[in-house]
Design a protein around this ligand. Structure first.
Ligand code: ATP
Ligand code: MG
Length: 384
């Protein structure tokens, strides 16, 4: 008898002619998530099995796999021979000592001498004899015992299903560049795109020395948590200090945010093309702050030349975003106090519905190309 972990995947991604590709990416992602833990990964009839790990590692493996998109559910199972004595021994080990239960059997081996119902009945009867405080309740049991009789002469016995992250395997739906700030929203936006199978790289703009190193460290930490889902390997940072100084010196203060965002988008698009990302991703949500009006989005979008800008949170309320941030483990990091580059040189009254004509007039005063090249030259890559 040995412990194994059964992985069931979302059926959806296996339909169609891309099946082989999806499966390869999925298996690679599982291997990456389990890096550093001794194990073997095997396929069997529409599932995967993790085996050959150390006795104490099952929980650690399940925790890691909970972040792998494409996994629908998991079970820690005991693998035994398919003889009734072996199956019962495993069922006793999996069972609780008291309470009501039901045995459910799946029989892949159709030549097995007993039917599924007969196996369930036999295992149930022998469990009752072993634990005197157990009762059978086939309608509303307090726990289940599942028996899976496989075609290779073994059986899997388990008691629980752990929910997986669902979604599609990361790496099957292209690559995006997430504009990540230290706030609550952008990590959630990156997580959502990764769930749809997109691999996500992170770009952060800072205004060092106006913003301090702790602010940067916080974003590194956010990117690190996010990389547990997205499998991203690095965080890229670019300084917008000189851009902000120039805007501050030369342009109308109420357009500071608008102008800065247009620089961010231009820089992000150029960098995205460099790393072969196919879109930009932001954490914008309609109406959340002054710059996130549809006019604000129009003004930043209009500097983008070729890539789509994805805003997965556009229709979300703040509390829905917070709920997700808590779930994925970024919330506590995001709420640490910090200074974002957007808060440097912030005007008293930002323009809520900036007119393109005014924006362009202000940009005339700046060496846009020079500032962009200079900013891109400050690019840093931080390995996660
Ligand atoms: P967040 O919680 O993600 O910071 P927010 O509510 O603070 O969002 P804004 O500050 O207006 O909203 O930013 C909107 C989006 O612009 C962010 O979600 C992020 O994608 C991008 N962004 C803002 N600041 C930065 C930055 N310093 N570096 C990279 N991207 C940024
Ligand atoms: Mg922000």
């Amino acid at each position: 008898m040995k412990k194994v972990i059964v992985i069931r995947y979302s059926e959806m991604f296996l339909k169609g002619k891309n099946r082989g590709f999806f499966e390869r990416v999925f298996a690679t992602n599982i291997e990456r998530a389990l890096r550093g833990i001794r194990h073997e990964l095997r396929r069997y009839s529409g599932r995967y099995l993790v085996e050959g790990f150390g006795d104490g590692d099952a929980d650690r493996i399940v925790e890691r796999l909970k972040k792998v998109f494409g996994i629908h559910s998991m079970s820690v199972a005991l693998e035994t021979g398919n003889g009734m004595d072996d199956i019962v021994e495993a069922a006793i080990a999996v069972s609780r000592p008291f309470g009501s239960f039901k045995v459910e059997t799946h029989r892949a081996d159709k030549r097995y001498p007993l039917t599924s119902v007969e196996i369930s009945r036999e295992v149930g009867g022998r469990l009752l004899a072993h634990y005197k405080a157990l009762t059978v309740d086939v309608h509303d049991p307090s726990f289940y015992i599942y028996v899976d009789v496989r075609e290779n002469g073994t059986a899997l016995v388990f008691g629980e299903f752990f929910a997986g992250a669902d979604g599609m395997p990361v790496g099957t739906a292209g690559r995006g560049l997430l504009l990540i700030s230290g706030g609550i929203d952008s990590p959630v936006a990156g997580h959502m795109m990764a769930k749809r199978g997109m691999s996500v790289e992170c770009l952060h703009f800072h205004s060092y020395p106006y913003t301090n190193l702790q602010a940067k460290e916080k974003v590194v930490e956010l990117a690190r948590v996010l990389s547990g889902y997205t499998l991203g390997k690095a965080l890229y940072t670019v300084s917008v200090t000189h851009i902000q100084e120039s805007i501050h010196e030369k342009c109308a203060p109420e357009l500071m945010v608008t102008l800065l965002r247009r620089f961010m988008f231009r820089i992000a698009e150029r960098f995205a093309l460099r790393i072969r990302a196919q879109c930009l991703i932001t954490g914008e949500s309609l109406g959340q702050v002054a710059s996130q009006t549809v006019e604000g989005m129009t003004s930043s979008n209009s500097v983008i030349e070729s890539l789509p800008v994805l805003r997965p949170l556009v229709g979300f309320d703040k509390n829905e975003i917070i709920e997700r941030a808590v779930k994925i483990g970024t919330y506590d990091i995001s709420i640490q106090p910090y200074e974002d580059c957007c808060t440097v040189f912030l005007p008293d009254y930002p323009a809520i519905r900036p007119k393109l004509k005014d924006i362009l007039a202000e940009e005339e005063k700046l060496d846009v190309e020079g500032l962009i090249s200079e900013a891109l030259a400050s690019l840093e890559k931080i390995d996660l």
